[in-house]
Structure formats: C-alpha cells, structure tokens
Write a protein that binds this ligand. Structure first.
Ligand SMILES: Cc1cc2nc3c(=O)[nH]c(=O)nc-3n(C[C@H](O)[C@H](O)[C@H](O)COP(=O)(O)O)c2cc1C
Length: 316
C-alpha cells in the first residue's frame, strides 16, 4: 500500500491534553503556528458517543492543517474510530504511544504501548489500512533508560506505512523532567526514511536550533514552550533565520493577548466554563510578570470576565 504523504512544516504545535482546544490553537495560529493538533481523543470514549469527546474534535474551517491524536489499545475499537473520523475535517491522524499518565499507561495505552510492541504493530497496521488520511505515531525513547525501543518502533512504523514518526526525547520513566536524549532521536532519524519530528524542551529559538543541529530532525514540536507564550513561533523562526533572539512582548501586549485569549475561550465555551478554562492560562501568561502571590490567587479564583479583566489590568 503506498504511503500517504503529508508535508509537515518545520514547527508544529503539539497535542496538549486539556490545553490545545480550539481557542488555544486559533490563538497560536494567529501568531504564526502553521500546523496544530487537537487534544488527544480516547478511541473508547469516541465510539461510546461521549459528548465531551466530540467537543475535543470541534474545529473551525480556518483551523487547518489540523492533526487528530488517538489514544488506543484495542484494534476493533480503533477500526470503528477511524470509520467515525471519516466525516471529520482534519489532515492527519496520530497514535499516542507516549502518554506517561499511570491510568493511561497501565491500561496498555499511550506509553504502555512501548512495552507491547506486538499490539503496537497491529494498531499501526490498522491505522494505515482502515484510515483514510496519513497516519503517524508519537513515541518516547522508551519505557525506561535500560529499555530504549525508539529505533525499533520507528523501523516498524516505517514498515507499516506510516507517514512520519514524532518522538519525545525522554523515557516514560522520566515523565517531563530530566535531560532530553538527543542521541536517540538522531539514531531514529538516521535509521528511517520517513520524516522524524522531534519534541522535548523546545522553550526558545536557541533550544529549537539545538534540536535541529543535534538530531538532524525534519521538524520540531512546540509543547510547554507555547503555554502562555504564542510568541514562541515567531521567536523560533527568527532565531533559525537570523541566529538572534527576538524581543519578547511588552507587558501591555501580553495583557492584550490575555484578554483576547479569554474572549476566545468565552466565545467557545460560554462565560462560566470559558473563565474556568482560561484560569490556568492566566498563570502561564503571568509567570513572566512581577506579581504577588495574592494576585495569582485572585486569578485562580476569578469567576467572571469582569473579575479577570480587573486582575489583568493590575499586572505590571
Ligand atoms: C499539559 C501537557 C499535555 C500534554 N498532552 C499530550 C497529549 O495529549 N499527547 C501527546 O502526545 N503528548 C502530550 N504532551 C507531551 C508534549 O506533546 C511533548 O511531547 C512534551 O511536553 C515534551 O515537549 P516539551 O519538553 O517541549 O514540553 C503533553 C504535555 C503537556 C505538558
């Protein structure tokens, strides 16, 4: 079966569960993000018609190119999911083989798949044979340092006909801490001929360049670096082109963007839920600003747009 091709840009917004909703994606797109992922979707929840799961896939005609990411462990459930997804508008589908959360990994999903290569092979085969769009996989370097399986899985992904491999340069055991393993990402890149997109500590233009330089990867994924920081896309592009650091936003601009993001959340979810959803973004935006603990707590407990505007206004 010929590989379904997809051209990824060099910089991609990662799937971020509980974060990369439509307002977040659209905001980042308005700052130069050229490819974004929805929040991860559970295949079991989707086939069981859970309304909250459908909401994760709600898009916009401008929200493209868009990737969907699936959490799967059961081949039949995955087949049904791919059938349901035929009516959705998105460009590519990814299988999550990296989520470290115990309740996910223990069920054999996410990073749990790194320990069950036979199941992973079956799932990748289904993605290619029953999916109607290019399929990819997002892995970690391995379950633990003494069991690095990334190269082996990347080869299997290529053999299965997947269109790219995403790799977070940490083991499941590392979670989100510890050093990024650039060496293993490089080995993966040197082993397979499909695109390799690297993830891990892409917090600045300089770290983005380090990832390209040390691994030879085809692209990078921005994850935590985008939290409260949609400017990162321009910063990375600028650094890659000019080798210089782009000046960050002024406090005034930051406050303007916070209000814009809040308005987008409220438009999408309604004010009550929109305010709740925005509160975590508030702390990410505000982390670079001088502000007292009491202001931060006020942000966390705000219940209306009016209250949040008052708090944003006092940041300096
Ligand atoms: C809040 C949060 C949610 C995440 N959700 C997902 C997810 O749903 N799917 C996934 O493949 N990775 C997820 N990740 C992992 C990131 O996509 C990325 O691979 C990882 O954070 C490493 O990149 P970084 O060090 O630049 O943050 C998540 C990470 C964070 C911090």
């Amino acid at each position: 079966m010929p590989v379904k091709k997809i051209k990824f840009p060099k910089i991609i917004l990662a799937p971020l569960s509980d974060v990369s909703d439509l307002p977040f994606r659209m905001l980042n797109r308005s700052f130069g993000c050229k490819f974004a992922y929805c929040q991860m979707v559970s295949t079991r929840a989707l086939i069981n018609n859970k309304p909250k799961t459908e909401e994760l896939l709600r898009g916009h005609f401008r929200d493209h190119p868009l990737g969907v990411q699936l959490l799967a462990d059961d081949p039949e459930v995955l087949k049904k999911t791919l059938f349901i997804l035929r009516s959705y508008k998105y460009e590519t589908v990814d299988l999550n083989a990296g989520c470290p959360t115990p309740k996910v990994a223990k069920k054999g999903q996410g990073a749990g798949l790194l320990k069950d290569v036979e199941r992973l092979k079956v799932l990748m085969d289904i993605l290619v044979r029953f999916g109607d769009r290019p399929a990819t996989i997002k892995i970690r370097t391995g379950w633990a340092e003494d069991n690095l399986v990334a190269v082996k899985i990347a080869k299997l992904a290529e053999e299965a006909g997947l269109s790219a491999v995403f790799i977070h340069g940490r083991t499941r055991q590392q979670g989100y801490g510890g050093e990024v393993d650039y060496k293993t990402i490089k080995e993966v890149k040197e082993t397979i001929n499909i695109p390799v997109i690297a993830s891990g500590d892409i917090f600045s233009g300089r770290l983005a360049k380090k990832m390209f330089d040390e691994t030879g990867c085809d692209g990078i994924m921005v994850a935590r670096g985008s939290l409260g920081n949609p400017w990162i896309f321009k910063e990375i592009e600028y650094f890659l082109k000019k080798g210089k650091i782009l000046q960050g936003p002024s406090v005034g601009e930051l406050k303007k963007v916070m209000k814009k993001h809040l308005a987008m959340c409220c438009k999408f979810y309604g004010e009550k839920i929109g305010v709740l959803k925005f509160r975590k973004h508030f702390s990410w935006y505000a982390r670079e600003i001088r502000y007292s603990r009491s202001v931060r707590n006020m942000g966390f407990s705000a219940k209306s747009v009016k209250e949040l505007h008052q708090i944003i206004n006092i940041l300096k």
